[in-house]
Design a protein around this ligand. Structure first.
Ligand SMILES: N[C@@H](CCC[C@H](N)C(=O)O)C(=O)O
Length: 281
């Protein structure tokens, strides 16, 4: 019998979503890597497994894998997709999604638009984590055109670099070098930001364990927090990525970051054996 899956995306950041709530799924890391390979497998930016929540405070637990087989504590774009699934199944307008990083309340704001409370931005050097005590507002990492970044943990580690023109930076060259820099012992997602206005930034991303993606929800949160900490933008802003826009707000009272954006369903399928795929829709 095959393993059914759903393919969804948020702004072109795409996910294979598996149902693991009725019976636990054993997913060998080399299977995840094979399925994630766009040349030979279905391909995804993240593999998401829906699991039972640890207690009654959440509707479901969401486990997140990168295509290199590594696990992450956060995925903003997938959280909107998973919240949409849970809200649709229950006929509700709000749910709570549990991740390794904590409980994330989400609500529907339009048919295919969801807001997620991504929790507090963590700013201490050892919460990122960084390898040693440095100022997270001025991270001493210099690589080609990238320097003086801002470190943020949104449930996963991010380094955001401000550049005059994000399009002009060779992200495929500098992204992996920054991801694997000795200052980030758990590696990091690498963002490039150009400030367009006090309520608008351009953001490109090199995702840890995935490479360049069309959008990254947690990265957009980190980019917004970095821009606000530097005094470059207001607390509510639009983050424009290759795949489209998210609206971000960094709340002053509790430090939580609210992310609003679209979700989309691509197709249903089934894994038969290892990689063979039947498309149903
Ligand atoms: N696409 C994501 C982030 C996914 C995890 C990341 N690559 C990591 O390893 O932390 C998002 O939308 O946030």
């Amino acid at each position: 019998m095959g393993l059914p899956f759903l393919k969804m995306h948020g702004l072109g950041n795409d996910f294979v979503i598996l149902e693991g709530r009725r019976a636990p799924l054993e997913l060998p890391r080399d299977w995840i890597r094979a399925v994630g390979d766009r040349r030979t497998g279905v391909g995804f930016d993240q593999l998401i497994v829906m699991e039972p929540p640890s207690d009654g405070r959440a509707d479901l637990f969401m486990r997140i894998f990168n295509p290199d087989g590594s696990e992450s504590g956060a995925c903003g774009n997938a959280t909107r997709c998973i919240a949409h699934i849970a809200m649709q199944a229950e006929g509700r307008g709000a749910v709570v999604i549990e991740t390794l990083a904590g409980l994330l309340p989400a609500q529907r704001v339009d048919t295919d638009v969801v807001t997620v409370d991504m929790g507090p931005a963590r700013l201490a050097w050892d919460a990122i984590p960084l390898a040693r005590a440095v100022d997270t507002l001025h991270v001493p990492m210099t690589l080609g055109p990238l320097s003086d970044g801002v470190a943020t943990n949104m449930g996963n580690p991010h380094i955001t670099f401000f550049v005059p023109d994000a399009e002009a930076v060779d992200l495929a060259t500098w992204g992996p070098q920054a991801e694997h820099h000795p200052l980030v012992p758990e590696r990091a997602n690498i963002g490039l930001v150009s400030v367009l206005a006090r309520d608008h930034i351009r953001f490109r991303v090199w995702e840890r364990g995935a490479g360049i993606t069309r959008a990254c929800g947690s990265g957009a949160c980190a980019a917004a927090v970095a821009a606000i900490r530097r005094g470059l933008t207001d607390r509510r802003l639009v983050v424009s990525m290759d795949g489209g826009d998210l609206t971000l707000e960094w709340r002053a009272d509790d430090g939580h970051v609210l992310m609003t954006g679209p979700i989309a369903t691509s197709f249903f399928g089934e894994f038969v054996g290892d990689l063979a795929l039947e498309r149903f829709v």
